[in-house]
Design a protein around this ligand. Sequence first.
Ligand code: SF4
Length: 410
Amino acid sequence: MQGPNQTAARRRKTRQIRVGDVLVGGDAPITVQSMTITKTADVDGTLQQIYALAGAGADIVRCTCNEQEAAEGLARIVPRSPVPIIADIHHQYRMALAALEAGVHGLRLNPGNIRKPEHIKAVAQECKDRGVPIRIGVNAGSLDPRLYDKHGGATPEAMVESAETELAYFAEVGFDDVKISVKASNVPLMIEAYRMLADATDHPLHLGVTEAGPPPAGLIKATAGMATLLAEGIGDTIRYSLTADPVEEARAGRTLLEAMGLRERKTIDLIACPSCGRAEIDVIKVANDAMAAFGDREIPLQVAVMGCVVNGPGEARDADLGIAAGRKKGHLFIKGQNVAVVPEDEMVESLVRYAEAILEQGADAVLAAADLERARREAEKDRAALLEDKGVDANDSEARVDLIRKTVGE
Ligand code: SF4
C-alpha cells in the first residue's frame, strides 16, 4: 500500500529560495499560491481577499502591479498581509522597480512581454541588492514572438528556451534567486514543458495550468497537469488558475497537496458513499451540508457520510468519524465503532460536535465516554430492520439478472 509520504520521497532535488518567510524548493513543503482579483489600489478590498485566501490555504499571494496606484497600494498592503506578497509584472519593467519600492517579497516577470535586456537586467540587479526572488513566468500564450517563430509555435522547447534566456540575462548581473514556471492551458504541452525544464535546471518550479477555466472542467484540467507532475516529484509550489472566486483556487491547491500526501492535513477530509438503492438519506445533500458546516475550520480528520447503517460503518471503518443513516436516525461511529444515535435532522450538527470533541479530547476519550453497547444495539436493530425491509439485494440486481437470464434463455 502506498504510504502518505511516498510521493514526497521521490521529489526532485531543487535549490531553495525564500519568499518572505516562506521557503520554496529543497525540502520545504510544497506551497499553495493564489492571486487576488481586486484592484490592487483598493487596499482594504485586496487585504480582505488576501486574508480569505490565506484562510483557505494559500501560503503566498500574488497581486497585479500594473500601474502606479497598484504599486502604492502594495506599499500599504505588504506590511498588513498575513502571507508573503508577490507582484505580477507585465510589459512595464518600471512597475517591477516600483513594486520593489513597495516592499514586495517577490516578483513575477513574464519574459514574453518584458524583452529589453537592459530592463531585465536592471530589475534583476535591484532584486539582487534587496534579496528579493523572481519567478520567471513563461506562458505559452504570450511567448516571445521570436521564439514562437524559431520553434514553429509554443512548443515545450520554445518555452524552456524562453526561461533559459531570461536566466542568462540574470546571470550577467550575478542573480539566480529564481523559481520558474512554464504554463500552458494545453495540459499535455504543459506537462512536457515542465518535464523538460526539470531536466534542464535545478531551480524550484511553480506549477500551473494557465487559464484552466471555470470549475469543474478547470479543476480537472489543472489537477490533471499538476498531479501528474507532482507524482513524478516535479513541482515546489502550485497555483490553480480558475475562473472562479480565488478562494476556490487556494482551497483546491491545499486539497490536492493533502490528497497526494504532500502536505499535512489541515482541514476535514470528507468522504461519502456514492449512495445506492439502500440509502436512507439524500447522501449528496448531507455530504454538502457537512462540507459547508465544516468549511475551512482547522479540523484535520477524515469524516464519512454514509447512506445506510447496513454497510456504512464497515465500509468507512478507517475514517476518524462518520455517520450512517438508519430509519430516520443517524448512527455516529468512530473508527467503525457505533457511539451514538441522533435524530436525522441533527446528523450534520452532531458530526461537527463529535469532530470538535475528538480534536479536543482525542478519539479514545470520546469512545470511553460513549454508551457503546447501546449505540451498537440500536445500529443492529436498524440494520436488521433495513435488511428485512429492503432485503440483501437492495438494488434488485439479482432480480434483474434473473430477468436477463429468462429473456436470453427464451
Ligand atoms: S450500501 Fe449503504 S453505505 Fe454503501 S453505497 Fe449504498 S447507501 Fe451507501
